[in-house]
Ligand binder design. Sequence first.
Ligand SMILES: [Zn+2]
Length: 607
Amino acid sequence: MSYVVLARKYRPPNFDALVGQEHVVQALANALTQQRLHHAYLFTGTRGVGKTTISRILAKSLNCTGADGLGGITAHPCGVCAACRDIDTGRFIDYVELDAASNRGVDEISQLLDQAVYKPVVGRFKVYMIDEVHMLSTTAFNAMLKTLEEPPEYLKFVLATTDPQKVPPTVLSRCLQFNLRPMAPQTVQEHLVTVLAQEQIAAEPGALRLLARAARGSMRDALSLTDQAIAFGAGALTEPGVREMLGAVDRGHAVRIIDALAASDGAGLVATVDALRGLGLSAGGALEELAALLQQMAVLQAVPEALDASDPDAAQAERLAGVLAPDETQLAYSIALHGRAELGLAPDEYSGLVMVLLRMLAFRPQGVGTVPRAPVATPAAAPRATMAAAGPAGGTPAVVARVDPPMPRASAAAATQPAVVAPAPALRVPANEPPPWMDAPFEDEVLEPATSAREPDAVYTAAPVAAAAGVFTPTALGARWAELVRAMVEAGSISAFARELAMQAQCVALDEQATPIACSLRVERETLRANAPVEKLQAALTVLLDRTVRLDVQAGIAVDSPARRDTVERERRQAQAEQIIHDDPLVQALMAQYKTARIVPGSIKPH
Ligand SMILES: [Zn+2]
C-alpha cells in the first residue's frame, strides 16, 4: 500500500468538507439547489486555495446520479456513484482539466473545443476546467470566445486563474466570477490539527503554527509541508524540527534585534547578524521572522486586548510592544519588508541584512532608545506624547526634526506612519512573492504595496520548502531532464497532457546506461499520472534517445521541473531588466527632477 500524500488524501470530496471558502460554497450550493446554472464560472485566487477542488466538486454535483442511480443535479454529490468516483480518480471522460500554463496555444484549445460539439459520453454535462486561463494566447482566447458565447446546453466551463487582470474583458464578462480567499493561518492550523488527529500523529502547536504560516494561505501547501515535516521528523512534529526543515529563524534572534534596536545598540545588531551567519540561518528568514514579530507588536500597541494567550510568543511580543513606539514599529516593519526584497541585490545576504538593520537604526531619533517607555494604548497620540516626554529627558534636538517633515508619498493614509521618508525601496518594483504575513491587518500601511511585475505564482510553483526559503535549488538531473523535454517540445513529439506531464515533473532517477533506459519522474498532479500521457511521454523519450525507455511516474512534490526552471529564468530576466531601467542615468535624472515620478510596477518587460 503506497503512501498517499495528505493533500490528496484530504482533498475535500464535497462542499461540506471544504474549509475556508464558505462564501463561494454557499453561492454555488444555492445555484445548484435551485438549478440556476451558469455556463461559465471563473475562480480566482492564489495557488492551493481550492480552485481545482471546487471545480471537481462542481463537476460531481452536475453529474452525480446518487447512490441509487436515480439522483439529479445536487449540491451534495453522493461520492459513491460512478460519476462521483470517476471524477475523484480523474477517469471521468466528460470532465477535462487543462492547464493553460503548459497548453497555451490555439491548437490545444481547438482540440478541446472540437470535442465540445459532441454530447457528453456518460454524464449529464461536459465540464471543461481550464486552469491558469490567463496564460492562453490571444488566438486561443479568441477561439474559445465563440464557444463561450453560445455554448451547447450540456457544456460547462470552469476557468481558474491566479491573475484575473490578464483575462480579457470579453471572457470575464461571460463568466460568473468567484474570488477564493487565501486561508487565514488560524484556519489552516485548525485544519492541520484535524488532519493530524485522524492520522494519529502527535504535533506541537508551535510546529503547526510555523507550518500554517509558511503555507502562505494555501491549504495544499500546508498539507504538503506537513507531509515533508512528518518525513523529516520521522513521524513527530516538533517545533525545532519544523523550524529546521523550513529554514525558519528562531524568534529569539528577532527578539534580540528589536532589543538592540530599542537600545540603539549598533554593535548588538551586527553581533546578531554574525550569530545568524555562524548558524547558517537565512537572512531572508530573519527578516520574515522580524516582520512577523513587528506586526504582532503593532497589533498589541493598537489593540492590547488582541493578545492571544494561547500563543507562547505573545508574552515576548507584549514586552517588546512597550520598548518601541508605534511609529517606529511601523517604520521598522516597512524597512524589513523592503529590505527583504533587496537582499538579492546585496553582495551577500548577510551584508544585506546588516544594512537593513542599520537603516532601522539610522531612522531612530538619537538617544530616545535609552528612555524607558510604557506600553501605550492609543497609537495616534502616543508617538508625539512619547517624544514630548523624551525630548527634555534625552535633551536631543533630533526629536524636533521628527515632528513635521512632509509625509512620504505612499504613506499619507497611514496615520501612525512616521514622518520620515523611507529610503530608496519606495521606488523599486518589488519582484518578490506576497509576504507570508499577508493576513496582517497592517498590510495597507506598507509604503508600497507589493504589486508585482513577475509571472503570477512563480514562487508557489516551487516545492513548498523551497518556496518558504525563497530558494530554487537546481539539480543535475533536473538540467538533463529539462534538456530532454526541450528537445521533445522542439521536435513536436509531445503535446497536451504528455507535454504538461513532462513540464511539471521532476526527474528523480535516470539511468541512460541501463537497458531499457530507466527514468523516474515525480509529479504533484494526479491527473498527469494517467496512463495516456505517461505512455505518450515514454514513447517520445524512446524516439528521442533511440533506445527503449521505461518510464515510471510517482506522486510527489516536483521542485526542479522544466516549468519551474522556465519561471526562474523569466524572473531572472525580469529582475535584470528592472535593474537596467533603475540604473539608467536618464531614468535616474528624470526621477530626481520630477519628485513625483515613479516607475509603474509591471511596466518593465524584458526582451
Ligand atoms: Zn454521485
